[in-house]
Design a protein around this ligand. Structure first.
Ligand SMILES: [Zn+2]
Length: 259
């Protein structure tokens, strides 16, 4: 790995951002700089701790399953939250189920950016990247099956509303939890080793760039940071235009450059 060629920065078109604030105290590091085009250059937020994020995700997911059970108990009249045994508290429990699934999955995805699974262990890699989707299934499908099976234990209207709501929650939760750009430990390590230097990304961009004047970000304010910081900010891949402009940089892993 020591032979990996680092990006040659001497002849790139990278611009050096300069400090803009004139009134700032000499010893305080400015959080936002301005480059020579007048674009703001922002510092990325520090990343969290992967283990802490995973623990948080698991707690939220367990809560989600708890809300699913609560929802079923309320809808089937096993628990009466209101005096007349109304169904609406059940829908609130279903909503809380969805909220816990989505937040838990975002924490889990963030942990996978900070500490990705190795692609060499196929089972763990698949499991780690699909955990949010698996939890979404567990958080809604048993409830849907129960509602479909127990025809006589619920009035028809409540049953139909609950089934539709649970299916919508499954779709939203599944989409929000699915990891569309999983990162492998090998891909992240190679990107950090080969690219090495500073990279750039914008507020709403999905990828990171080698040059701050890449055509895709040339008119935007941008973040400036390391490859590690870019990936941990959910910019998992290198921009394909930037990659094509730097044919000297090549990668062995297929999850480094945008497809
Ligand atoms: Zn680019």
């Amino acid at each position: 790995m020591a032979e990996l060629k680092k990006r040659d920065t001497d002849n790139t078109t990278k611009r050096t951002p300069k400090a803009a604030s004139t009134g700032a105290k000499a010893d305080s590091k400015p959080k936002t700089k301005v480059d020579e085009d007048g674009r703001k250059v922002k510092e990325p937020k520090p990343s969290g701790n992967a283990t802490g994020l995973r623990v948080g995700a698991v707690i939220l997911w367990l809560l989600a399953i708890g809300f699913e059970v609560l929802c079923a108990l309320i809808l089937f009249g096993k628990i009466n939250v209101t005096k007349d045994g109304a169904a609406w508290p059940g829908y609130i429990a279903l909503g809380l189920d969805l909220v816990c699934v989505i937040i838990g999955s975002q924490l889990w995805k963030k942990a996978n950016r900070i500490d990705p699974a190795s692609s060499k262990n196929k089972v763990k890699f698949w499991l780690w990247n699909n955990m949010g989707l698996i939890v979404s299934i567990f958080a809604f499908v048993p409830l849907i099956v129960l509602l479909l099976a127990q025809k006589d234990k619920l009035d028809a209207k409540t049953r139909v509303i609950a089934i539709v709501a649970a299916v919508i929650a499954l779709l939203i939760g599944g989409l929000a939890s699915y990891d569309f750009n999983p990162v492998s430990q090998e891909g992240k390590t190679e990107a950090e080793a080969v690219i090495g230097d500073t990279v750039y990304w914008t507020q709403f961009g999905k990828v990171y760039h080698l040059d701050s004047d890449c055509q895709h970000i040339a008119k935007s304010d941008y973040y400036e940071g390391t490859v590690k910081e870019a990936i941990e900010s959910n910019r998992e891949r290198l921009c394909k235009t930037c990659a094509a402009k730097h044919p000297d940089i090549t990668f062995t892993q297929d999850d480094v450059v945008e497809k």
